[in-house]
Design a protein around this ligand. Structure first.
Ligand SMILES: [Cu+2]
Length: 246
């Protein structure tokens, strides 16, 4: 049975625009992201390090669609011609414009080495992706609520041991408030184009987007209201964090 609050949250979901990433921060430097409220309408289209989407801040409900790679419509849009430079071991902070409490779910981060230039790399074929970090549920709180309470920002550390080069960083939250039914999970991925400097010699890969997720994965078809999430031992989709990166 769905609680009243679950129903209200679902309604809020329908009428409110969802969050997006209008700004990122690397070290102490703020860099424009993709502002869904303005950037799709600007002419000429702005050049950004965060991959563009149409005028859509909604969610993806089919984890095997082309949209799962880098957000809605991204596979049909030209990639951006620039990257942001970050040293291996340094952090990238995603400064979302908003995020609601109660969109229970994990925060997950992946990377993929751009084959050739990131400006011509879609990331939607082969298995270039690897998981670099994730948080699920800890200390009585979903990672998504920790994110919402932290001024809807999330900081990702670039693994110190990956090889220097150009990469996509795929940052994602999955909202599980409606995920007890198949197709009810909501995916919110966003990709940023990075040039990683320094680093080590590792060149991990192994995951595909689309491909890494299916609608019936335990971490995707999941009822977050069925008792304490800790007792359900929630396991995020996409497998474990790649070992040896840090
Ligand atoms: Cu929502």
């Amino acid at each position: 049975m769905r609680s009243i609050s679950a129903v209200l949250l679902s309604l809020a979901c329908l009428v409110n625009a969802h969050g997006y990433v209008p700004q990122i921060k690397i070290g102490n430097t703020y860099i424009p992201g993709w502002d869904v409220s303005k950037d799709p309408y600007a002419n000429p289209a702005p050049v950004r390090v965060v991959r563009r989407t149409p005028n859509d801040s909604g969610f993806i409900s089919n984890p095997t669609s082309q949209d799962i790679t880098c957000s809605i419509g991204n596979s049909n849009l030209p990639a951006q011609p620039i990257t942001a430079t970050v040293a291996a071991g340094q952090t990238v902070t995603f400064l979302w414009n908003t995020w609601p409490l109660g969109h229970y779910g994990p925060m997950i981060n992946y990377m993929a080495r751009c084959s050739g230039s990131c400006s011509s790399f879609k990331g939607n074929t082969g298995t270039p992706w690897f998981k670099i970090s994730q948080e699920t549920y800890a200390n009585g709180e979903w990672a998504s609520d920790k994110f919402a309470k932290n001024n809807h920002s999330w900081t990702v550390t670039i693994p110190p041991k990956i090889a220097a080069g150009d990469y996509l960083l795929r940052h994602e939250t999955i909202a599980l408030h409606g995920a007890s039914n198949p197709g009810g999970a909501q995916f919110y991925p966003v990709c940023v184009q990075l040039t990683v400097t320094g680093g080590g010699s590792l060149n991990p890969s192994g995951l595909a987007f689309p491909g890494a997720y299916s609608a019936t994965d335990k971490g995707i078809l999941f009822n977050p209201y069925q008792g304490d999430a800790a007792n359900q031992a929630y396991v995020a989709p996409g497998g474990p964090v790649t070992s040896g990166l840090f």
